[in-house]
Ligand binder design. Structure first.
Ligand SMILES: C[S@@+](CC[C@H](N)C(=O)[O-])C[C@H]1O[C@@H](n2cnc3c(N)ncnc32)[C@H](O)[C@@H]1O
Length: 357
């Protein structure tokens, strides 16, 4: 039997039965949609909610890992691409060229899903590694039995939605527009008032290509429309009526700010202490196996969005990305399919005695 999008052969379907929860609440949430104006948390399958959320500037995906981490997670990576596909499709339909996707997973879960992300237009930018350090294994691993090095990392992979105009990437489109003008390439340097950077970077067709800053784009477009062949005008236009403005060009790519000193290796111990959510009178264990640290969530959200920007967290769990978004002055929209996690997650926001069920 071949397994859907992954195309890999398997004999038995991937199990989706979870490993059991530390806490299962018998109560039901008072509402199916909770909001405080900044954050909206929806009970149920996110696939049923995406349509009601505003277009995202950031999507933080922390779903199936292929480790039976929650009810519905797959038992290995073989089913993972198929598990994600309807979500990835929906994200592509609702995202814009300004959207950044942060895809959390294991290395193999990411590797298995990457082709589907590409298929739906997501362009790989960078793989970040959360190194939890030796504290994560606490010396307990029987390496003779597992016959590999103990894993203490997770991946958080950055993607953007590849913008296209007339079906071309921006790199190809800029080049095609300049060619259409009939002007020699070197005139692009004159247009931008630079020695050679326009030809060497903005019109490059290889890996040296560089997105022209809006003011440079504006200068090239103006020059092309004044000096280019009259019959081809307007140049650098999306609608064939007028050239794109600087502001419109600026919306053709995602936001990214890197804080000083941050690299793609994130040294951060596993989450513990007061931030780790528990329901003490029910269990001493953590309420959710996969709860993510707020500091890492804030890092990725602040790097890739503006104040007031919309963050989607399709697989809410205890809604760490949504809480991080709120703390960072962004708006968040999230779904959680499990009633227990939904209720405990809401309590992180609600102005009530926390976790008093
Ligand atoms: C890996 S956990 C997320 C943990 C979260 N990042 C946190 O810090 O608490 C994934 C969560 O997604 C939920 N989930 C799985 N499929 C879902 C779906 N289709 N819609 C909404 N939630 C879903 C699971 O119940 C699980 O709680």
């Amino acid at each position: 039997m071949t397994d859907g999008v992954s195309g890999q052969k398997r004999n038995t379907p991937t199990s989706t039965v979870g490993r059991g929860k530390a806490v299962t609440l018998t109560t039901q949430a008072e509402v199916e949609r909770w909001t405080d104006g900044d954050v909206t948390l929806c009970f149920g399958d996110s696939l049923d909610h995406y349509e009601s959320w505003p277009s995202p500037q950031v999507i933080v995906s922390d779903g199936a890992y292929g480790i039976l981490g929650f009810e519905g997670d797959t038992s290995d990576h073989l089913g993972i691409a198929k598990w994600y596909e309807p979500h990835i499709k929906a994200w592509s339909e609702r995202a814009t060229p300004q959207t950044t996707l942060w895809f959390w997973n294991s290395e193999i879960g990411w590797a298995a899903t990457h082709p589907v992300l590409e298929l739906y237009g997501w362009r790989y930018v960078n793989a970040n590694i959360w190194n939890k350090g030796k504290a994560h294994i606490a010396g307990n691993v029987n390496t003779a039995k597992i016959r590999r090095f103990p894993v203490v990392t997770e991946m958080c992979v950055q993607y953007v939605l590849e913008p296209r105009i007339d079906g071309l990437t921006l790199q190809r489109w800029l080049f095609r527009e300049w060619k259409r003008t009939g002007l020699p390439m070197r005139k692009a340097n004159e247009a931008c008032g630079v020695a050679d950077v326009a030809v060497r970077k903005y019109l490059d067709q290889g890996h040296l290509w560089y997105y022209p800053p809006p003011e440079m784009f504006h200068k090239m477009a103006q020059y092309a429309n004044v000096h280019g062949k009259p019959e081809g005008r307007p140049y650098f236009s999306r609608d064939g009526i007028r050239s794109m403005t600087m502001e419109e060009w600026a919306t053709m790519r995602s936001i990214f700010h890197c804080p000083i000193g941050v690299t793609n290796v994130w040294e951060r111990n596993p989450l513990k202490g007061p931030e780790r959510v528990k329901v003490p009178h029910i269990s001493s264990k953590a309420a959710h196996l996969n709860q993510k640290p707020l500091d890492l969530m804030r890092r990725i959200i602040e790097a890739s969005s503006s104040i007031g920007g919309v963050v989607w967290e399709p697989f809410g769990g205890l809604f760490s990305a949504s809480l991080a978004a709120k703390l960072s002055g962004r708006r968040a929209f999230s779904g959680e399919i499990d009633s227990t996690y939904f209720q405990i997650g809401i309590s992180r926001f609600a102005d009530q005695a926390p976790l008093d069920f």
